[in-house]
Structure formats: structure tokens, C-alpha cells
Design a protein. Structure first.
Lengths: 318, 320, 324
């Protein structure tokens, strides 16, 4: 089979992604930021999931005085109720993660659907959906969340819905862009020409291409969802019957942990939340970069090109 | 005039968004379950006459549609209702609160923009070196910290050195104007710094990525070919162009600044609009909550519009 | 008399993100005389653009260069960026591929030409603006356009403005990298005529880097053919068209659609070798229709096969041996 001499400007169409997990796993292995992010995230998730079995003490068990200082048995000290901080953190992480994942699931479903529909059908449908997205974008998230939570009462369910309803916009945009580019690819056009129905095309051709990017965006959304939950809990709108990491911080704040000098009641939960958000951001960003490479050579930088002393053509160079 | 229709479109969009926000406000508060929320005449400690007067004013006995129209009319006149907490007009409370919030937020945002741009440019300029890694890591770290937690950290660190609560020192009686200003500024340092640090993280990343994108453009290579020195290229060409995506993204971060302000004011008991929201939530002071939400939303829409106009000014390519 | 611009064994390596290097330019030795027009041709990816950029030192930080670049006999490469920068635009200037983007979109075209004039102390302020108008007029752009932004120019006009800018400081060498790609045919012809006229009027030496052979035939006296980072043949355009001494040159020129001939352009099966690893033997061998045993493990060197005509192919040695 012959190949004509390449013309510059002829961009080869990317190969359809065959193995869905392939590229994601690859990125995690190869890019250091993704590896770090994935590792930290996994550790936190596993620790939280296994909390009922591996937490050193019982969640409601008072094992010492309020704001007891750190010691060998309690490396992170005790909270205002005399409960072991390490235990609190593990259980708190569970709720924070649950809210984070659930809210993200809601947002992913809404955003993904809107993105796919807008990108696939284009035209008027696209215009209307993007208009709606634009309006949603401008309204500030946290005040709306606060208002809704205040009116409808703080329960885990409400919080998840409220956060989810506000986070879908970025997902929708990213997915829409991807779907638009996939739609123009040769094999999709071929399928359409052969008379395949819309649903079939979306399920078989569009979704597999879009899935990795959706996952990357989801990870990034989890970071925001966790932050939002922490903020709501801090403002007293968290579910009072569940302890999330945000609630731990709020408790400490309310019970004047700082005046009592009990830094261990405040610093560790915040560090854990920050690590959670950081790991999701690192991982999500690295995945997104890998899937949407906007790699460009910087034409100017602090360092210039290097000179090598003259090497003879037949010498063993390099 | 160039791009008159672009300006018109963006302004119309802003107005429609405000309208939508206003309507959402109405729906949330007046149509919510429970008369505690929808009944604006339930100001605690009010006499029956006051209550009747308020009922009439807000048309609480009329149909929903009529209430809506009345609501819009009153907004235009600046009547936001009466606060449950201090029985003062909500509009008054909001006015004071906004005046307190603005300087604090402005200081923090300015800090973030200046420092963030500086570190972002350095990170892009020294790509692939340790300096880039260090700046990106610290930016990410600050960006990942919950705002209120960072505030608490600063309280722990600076307690005793800087004031950590309120806007003024309660023990200062009849201070001179200058002393008062100094007092307020001292109290402003920590809250502004908290807001500024979290924003700085985000801005560093934005500026870095915008600069990297710009430095890969063809005209940068041309500039280098023309014989310009590297730093001159950054100053004269790259920065100017990178301002465009930066301006857009800063505008998008406005919604975040609002959230950040709420959290920071709560931690530092700063009597601004963020704290007003928090207090209103605690006290279930719905008229205040409704008013504050509206003000916050409208200001975000407004600043987004400002950003659009700025973008329009900066980019000669926009003509439609 | 030394050539105006010469390279000696120019080599360029690029660092690859995953480690290792790409040997993009593997020992190019070229010469360009005053007022001469040389075409540098080859398929995309062969290293011709990199070579052109290297002549002005416009390579990124991921590049490593070796060899010499001689301007009027002086090696300007020896101090890397510091010794190359002073010569940019005043001795050597360049018109880039896709001049669509050569101009900064947020500044007026005129201001960017003024910038070069002021930078190199040719004129300042009002005098610079006047001169800019003259330069634009020389390429056929009315001078009231100077205050417009790049997006307000058509592609062809932008290219012409880029040429005007390139000549602002009276260089002796103009490097044109794919100056007509992405322009439509009518505009292409205009640009070529313009280049022809300007080079004649100003006595410029022209290095035309392109994959488009007809324009080389139109504008250039001599041509050099690159393949996989190496120079495989050089000589007068006539000779290369009618009596090439390298199979790649022959196939390349045969693949050019010919207005007079019939039949479809022939295509060369296969693809160029990867440049991120050391390769044995002749780089063209896998695609060559005349390869033989020696081509497998011995790399052919560039040899003079006739006056002003060099080629890197073992077949020439065979012919020479046969002739003896």
C-alpha cells in the first residue's frame, strides 16, 4: 500500500480510543502528578472505607477530657467531646467522601447528558442548552447553596442535590466540546451514513470516546464538591446527625478550640481535607492534560538552546 | 461604534440574568414550604399593627402572581423587607454590610492578583526548573486549602500579634479619624490575607497556563526572530496577550470570591455581607438572607459584565 | 571569496519528553552566495524548517546544536543565543510558515514594523512611521492600512506585510519557510512574483524552504534536497529535475504533478525512518527502488558527482567504478 508524501498541514486523525481504561491508567503511571494524586486519593478512600474496622476507638466513646492533648495512645489528641481525633478523621472522611462522590454523580449525570445532547445535536438545541448553562454559571454557587440548605433544612440528601445542581456546568461544557469533535470523525460519519440511529451512535461511538474525559472532569468536580460540603458544614448547614470533616472543623470552631489552645482539633481535619482536594486536583488535571493535550513549544524561555562542541560525522555521537 | 452589538448583547445577558436571579429569589423564599419563610410579616416582637402593615405592604394575602409583581416593584424602590433579627429595614443593614466588605475583599483580591501574576509569570518563564515546581506546588497547596480553615490557621499563628476578630477595637472610645483608619486596617490584615492567599493559588495557576499558551504562539517566535531580547518579548508581547485569558478567568473566579468572603468574615467576625449571611442563617432571618443573596448575585453578574467589557477593550478581534 | 552564508556540519538534537533525543538535523553543510537563490526541499519532517531556524538560532530550550554557521566567514553560532541575536533581522531575516500568525493580534501591523525599525535604530517616531508606509507600499499595500490589526488583513496581504517587515532593516539574506502554503493559487503566484522582484531589486540572497517543488523551479537557481535530517543531493534546479543522482530526488521530482504530462503523481511507498534512534545504512534504503547490498549497513556520504553537484548515494560510486 502506498503512502503519498505527506503534505504539511495534513493532520492525521487520532485513532479511536480502543481500550477505555488504557489511557487513564497509562497517564496515572507515567505522570508524576497523576501518580501522587492517585496514591493519596486511594489511601484516603481506603482508610475511610475501612474505618468501621480499623478505627482505633469508637466514634462516640469519650476516652479522655475535652480537648485532651496528643499522646501516644491518641497521636492527634481528642476533640471537644473527648473523642479520639484519629477515629473522628477516619469517620469524617467517610461522610465527606460520600457527599463528594454523590454530589459529583448528580452533577456528572446532569452535565454529561446536557453536554452530549448539546454537542451531538448542535444547532438550536445546542444554543438553548448553552444559554441555560451560561445563566447557571453566573449565579454564585455558595450563596445559593446556603439559601437552599437554610430553607429546606440540612440533610445529607439535600446537600448532595444542592451541590450537584450547581456543579454541572463545567462538565457540560467540556463534554460538549469533546462530543462536537468526535461527531466530526470519519467513523461516526460512516455510521450515520449507514443509517445507524442516534442512540446507537451515541452509545457505541461517542460515549467511549468521551468517557475518559468525563472521568477526568469528574475527579476535578469531586474536589469542588468536597470543598463546598466543608464550607456548608462550617456555616452550620451540614447534616447535624453525621460527622463530616467539615463538621469536625466547625465543631472545633464553635467550641473555641483555638482559645483552648487545642490546635490538634483544627489542623489535622483541615490538612486531610486539603490533601483530599489536592489529590483530586492533581489527578484530574493530569488526566485532562493527557486527554486534551495543548502541548506547545515555548518559543522563549529563560534558558536558551545548548551548544555542543563539534562532533565528527562518523564519530560515535550521542 | 465598534462592536456595539457585542456590548448590547452582553448587557442584555446581564440584565436577563439579574432578572432570573431575582425570580429565583422570589420562588425560593415566598414559595418555600412553611410560613416562617414566606411570611415576611413575622418580624419578632412586632405589634399586630406592624404585622398588618407589613402584610399589606408585601401583599401576603394576595395571589402569587400579584405578590410577584409587587415584589418586583418594591425591589426597584429598594424595599427589601424588614430584618427579623434587628427589626431594621434590610436595605439599611445590607448597605452597612457592603461598605464593610468591599475594602477587605478588594485588598485581598489585589494582593492575589499582583502576587499571583508575578509567580505565574515566573513559573511559565522558568519552565522545567525547580522554581516552576516550587511555585506550582505552593499555589496548588493554597488553592486546595478550605478558606475558613486557612483563616483559622492564621488565627492560630498570629493570635496576639494581629487582631483576629471584628473590624474595630471595642475599647477605643471616640478615636480620631486617623486612629480609626489604622485600627480598621490592622483588623483587615488577617481576613484579607486569608482571602488573598487562596485566590493567589488559583491566579498563579491561571497566569502560568495563560503565559505558557501565549509563549507558544507564532508571533512570539517572530518577535524573537526580529532580534528582541527574551524579557522584552515577555514584557511587550506575551504579557499583553496573556491578559485576555487571564481577565476572563479572573471574572469567572468572582463567584468564588463571594464564597470566600462569606467564610472569611465568619471566621474573623468581620461585619460585612458575608457575616450577614451567616448570622441570617443562624437566626433564620429570611428577609436578610433573601436580600443578601440578591445583592451577592447581582454583584457577581455586574462584575462579570465589567470583565466582558474589559475583554472587549483588550481584544481588537471582537467585533460581534 | 567566501560564501555569504555557510553551514558546516550543522546538527540539531531535541530532548524528548520521555527521555532520549531526536536527531532532527544530521550534519548539513550548505553554502549561499550573495544574491543567490537556494531552495531547500524535502517532505515534512525531514528537518528543513529546523535547519532554517537553526541558521538564526531560533531553537527552543529543548534543543542542542553543534556545527558552525558562518556569516561572511565568521562563525556566529559559537556563542549560541548571544552571538546569534545581533544578526537577526539586520543580516538574516525570515518569513515564516503560515504568516497568518506572525503578527501579534492585539497590536496594529504598522506598530510591529515600527518596532523593528526602532529596535535596530533605523528610524524612530515619525520617521519610522513614514518608512513603514514606504515598506508597505513596496509590497503593494496601501499605507493607510498600517493602523489596522492583523485580523483585518487577508491571508495574502498579511504575508506581504510580513515580507515588508522582514526587509525593513535591509538584510542580506531572506529565509522564506513555506511562504505560500495555505494561500490560494492566485495569491501564491502574486507572492512568488513579489519575492522574485524584491530579491532582484535589493540584491537579496534567498533561502526558500519548501516541499512545493514547482515554486523552487520558478524562483531558485539551485536546490538542496533533505531526507531524514540529512542532505542527500544538491545542485542546480535544472540538473535535479532532469539528471538527479539520488533515487529520492528522482522520485520526489517525479511525484510532482506535471502540467504537461498525463498520469497521476507517483507516490513513494513507506515512511521516513525514526530520528529518535541511531539508524544503520542509508536512511532511504527501505523506500528505495535501487537499493542493493551495500546500502544496508554503510551510510552513503555526500560526494561531488559533477561540478556544483553533490549526492549521497552508493550508486554514484558504482557508476564511477564502472566508468573505470
Amino acid at each position: 500500500m502506498s503512502i503519498v508524501i505527506n503534505e504539511p498541514g495534513l493532520i492525521a486523525e487520532p485513532e479511536p480510543i480502543r481500550s477505555r481504561g488504557g489511557i487513564l491508567w497509562d497517564t496515572i503511571r507515567r505522570r508524576p502528578s497523576a501518580t501522587i494524586g492517585a496514591t493519596i486519593l486511594s489511601l484516603i478512600v481506603v482508610g475511610a472505607a475501612l474505618a468501621p474496622w480499623i478505627a482505633p476507638y469508637d466514634l462516640h466513646e469519650q476516652v479522655g477530657p475535652p480537648f485532651g492533648a496528643p499522646s501516644w495512645q491518641h497521636p492527634l489528641g481528642l476533640d471537644d467531646g473527648g473523642v479520639d481525633m484519629v477515629t473522628l478523621l477516619m469517620w469524617g472522611a467517610r461522610i465527606s467522601l460520600v457527599v463528594g462522590f454523590a454530589a459529583t454523580l448528580v452533577s456528572m449525570l446532569i452535565g454529561g447528558t446536557i453536554g452530549v445532547v448539546a454537542g451531538y445535536f448542535g444547532g438550536k438545541v445546542d444554543g438553548i442548552l448553552m444559554r441555560i448553562t451560561d445563566y447557571f454559571l453566573v449565579i454564585p454557587d455558595v450563596p445559593l447553596m446556603i439559601v437552599v440548605a437554610a430553607i429546606w433544612g440540612p440533610s445529607l440528601f439535600h446537600i448532595v442535590i444542592v451541590i450537584g445542581i450547581l456543579l454541572w456546568t463545567s462538565t457540560a461544557r467540556v463534554i460538549r466540546a469533546q462530543v462536537k469533535s468526535v461527531r466530526e470523525r470519519v467513523y461516526v460519519k460512516r455510521a450515520r451514513a449507514l443509517g445507524a440511529g442516534h442512540v446507537r451512535i451515541v452509545m457505541r461511538h461517542v460515549l467511549p470516546q468521551v468517557a475518559p474525559l468525563l472521568i477526568a472532569n469528574t475527579v476535578l468536580t469531586i474536589a469542588v464538591a468536597v470543598f463546598d460540603e466543608t464550607a456548608l458544614a462550617f456555616l452550620g448547614l451540614g447534616d447535624p446527625s453525621r460527622i463530616s470533616l467539615g463538621k469536625v472543623i466547625e465543631n472545633a470552631f464553635q467550641r473555641a478550640a483555638i482559645s483552648a489552645g487545642a490546635w490538634w482539633a483544627i489542623v489535622p481535619p483541615g490538612v486531610l481535607v486539603a490533601l483530599l482536594i489536592l489529590s483530586c486536583s492533581l489527578l484530574g488535571q493530569a488526566l485532562e492534560d493527557a486527554l486534551n493535550p495543548r502541548l506547545r513549544v515555548a518559543h522563549v524561555s529563560a534558558r536558551g538552546f545548548r551548544l555542543r562542541p563539534l562532533v565528527g560525522r562518523n564519530a560515535d555521537a550521542v | 461604534m465598534r462592536g456595539a452589538d457585542y456590548l448590547l448583547k452582553r448587557t442584555a445577558f446581564a440584565i436577563v440574568t439579574v432578572f432570573i436571579a431575582v425570580s429565583i429569589n422570589f420562588v425560593l423564599f415566598r414559595l418555600a414550604p412553611g410560613s416562617a419563610v414566606s411570611n415576611l410579616s413575622r418580624v419578632p416582637h412586632a405589634t399586630q399593627e406592624t404585622r398588618n402593615a407589613l402584610k399589606q405592604q408585601f401583599g401576603l394575602d394576595k395571589s402569587r402572581g400579584e405578590q410577584y409583581v409587587l415584589y418586583l416593584k418594591q425591589l426597584v424602590h429598594g424595599n427589601f423587607g424588614v430584618s427579623f433579627a434587628n427589626s431594621q429595614p434590610v436595605a439599611e443593614n445590607l448597605r452597612t454590610a457592603i461598605a464593610n466588605t468591599l475594602p477587605m475583599v478588594l485588598l485581598g483580591t489585589l494582593f492575589a492578583i499582583i502576587v499571583g501574576t508575578f509567580t505565574g509569570v515566573i513559573a511559565a518563564w522558568r519552565r522545567g526548573t525547580g522554581a516552576e515546581g516550587a511555585t506550582v506546588t505552593s499555589a496548588l497547596a493554597f488553592y486546595s486549602m478550605p478558606t475558613h480553615w486557612l483563616g483559622l490557621m492564621l488565627v492560630i499563628l498570629f493570635a496576639g500579634v494581629l487582631p483576629t476578630g471584628g473590624m474595630t477595637d471595642d475599647f477605643l472610645i471616640n478615636p480620631s479619624w486617623w486612629t480609626h483608619v489604622q485600627d480598621v486596617l490592622k483588623h483587615m490584615i488577617l481576613p484579607s490575607l486569608t482571602l488573598g492567599l487562596v485566590l493567589f493559588g488559583e491566579y498563579t495557576l491561571i497566569v502560568r497556563s495563560a503565559m505558557l499558551e501565549t509563549l507558544g504562539e507564532d508571533y512570539i517566535l517572530t518577535a524573537r526572530a526580529k532580534g528582541l531580547k527574551p524579557w522584552a518579548i515577555v514584557r511587550k508581547h506575551a504579557l499583553r496577550n496573556a491578559m485576555l485569558p487571564i481577565a476572563t478567568l479572573v471574572a469567572l473566579s468572582l463567584g468564588y470570591i463571594v464564597a470566600g468572603a462569606i467564610l472569611v468574615e465568619t471566621v474573623f467576625s468581620w461585619p460585612g455581607i458575608g457575616r450577614a449571611v451567616y448570622d441570617a442563617v443562624l437566626a433564620r432571618d429570611y428577609p436578610m438572607l433573601q436580600g443578601a443573596f440578591l445583592v451577592l448575585t447581582v454583584s457577581v453578574v455586574f462584575f462579570n459584565l465589567v470583565a466582558d467589557l474589559l475583554y472587549f477593550r483588550l481584544d481588537p478581534r471582537i467585533t460581534q | 571569496m567566501s560564501a555569504l552564508l555557510e553551514t558546516e556540519d550543522l546538527q540539531v538534537w531535541f530532548d524528548l519528553p520521555r527521555g532520549g533525543t531526536l536527531h532532527a538535523v544530521q550534519g548539513i553543510s550548505l553554502g549561499l552566495e550573495r544574491g543567490e537563490r537556494l531552495g531547500l526541499v524535502g517532505e515534512s519532517g525531514c528537518g528543513k524548517t529546523t535547519t532554517a531556524l537553526a541558521l538564526m538560532g531560533l531553537l527552543p530550550a529543548s534543543a542542542t546544536v553543534s556545527g558552525r554557521v558562518l556569516l561572511n566567514g565568521i562563525d556566529i553560532l559559537r556563542g549560541a543565543e548571544e552571538t546569534m541575536r545581533p544578526h537577526r533581522w539586520v543580516d538574516l531575516s525570515m518569513v515564516f510558515q503560515g504568516a497568518m500568525n506572525a503578527f501579534n493580534p492585539v497590536k496594529t501591523v504598522g506598530s510591529q514594523i515600527v518596532e523593528v525599525l526602532e529596535l535596530h535604530h533605523r528610524a524612530a517616531g515619525r520617521a519610522a512611521r513614514v518608512r513603514t508606509g514606504e515598506l508597505l507600499a513596496a509590497v503593494g499595500i496601501p499605507d493607510d492600512r498600517a493602523g489596522r490589526y492583523p485580523h483585518e488583513f487577508s491571508g495574502g496581504m498579511r504575508q506581504r506585510a510580513a515580507i515588508a517587515m522582514a526587509l525593513a532593516c535591509n538584510p542580506s539574506v531572506l529565509i522564506a519557510d513555506e511562504p505560500t502554503t495555505a494561500l490560494d493559487v492566485m495569491v501564491q503566484a502574486q507572492i512568488l512574483e513579489l519575492l522574485d522582484a524584491l530579491c532582484r531589486d535589493f540584491g537579496l540572497a534567498l533561502l526558500l524552504v519548501t516541499h512545493d517543488l514547482p515554486i523552487v523551479a520558478q524562483l531558485c537557481d539551485r536546490a538542496a534536497v533533505m531526507y531524514a535530517g540529512e542532505l542527500v543531493e544538491h545542485g542546480s534546479v535544472d540538473t535535479l529535475f532532469h539528471a538527479p543522482r539520488h533515487p529520492y530526488t528522482r522520485l520526489l521530482f517525479a511525484a510532482t504533478p506535471d502540467l504537461h504530462g498525463d498520469g497521476l503523481p507517483a507516490s513513494i511507498p513507506g515512511a521516513p525512518p525514526r530520528l529518535d534512534r541511531q539508524n544503520e545504512g542509508c536512511p532511504f534504503r527501505p523506500r528505495c527502488d535501487r537499493a542493493f547490498a551495500r546500502c544496508v549497513d554503510e551510510r552513503p556520504l555526500l560526494r561531488t558527482v559533477a561540478p556544483e553537484h553533490g549526492a549521497a548515494c552508493h550508486l554514484n560510486d558504482v557508476a564511477a567504478e564502472v566508468a573505470h
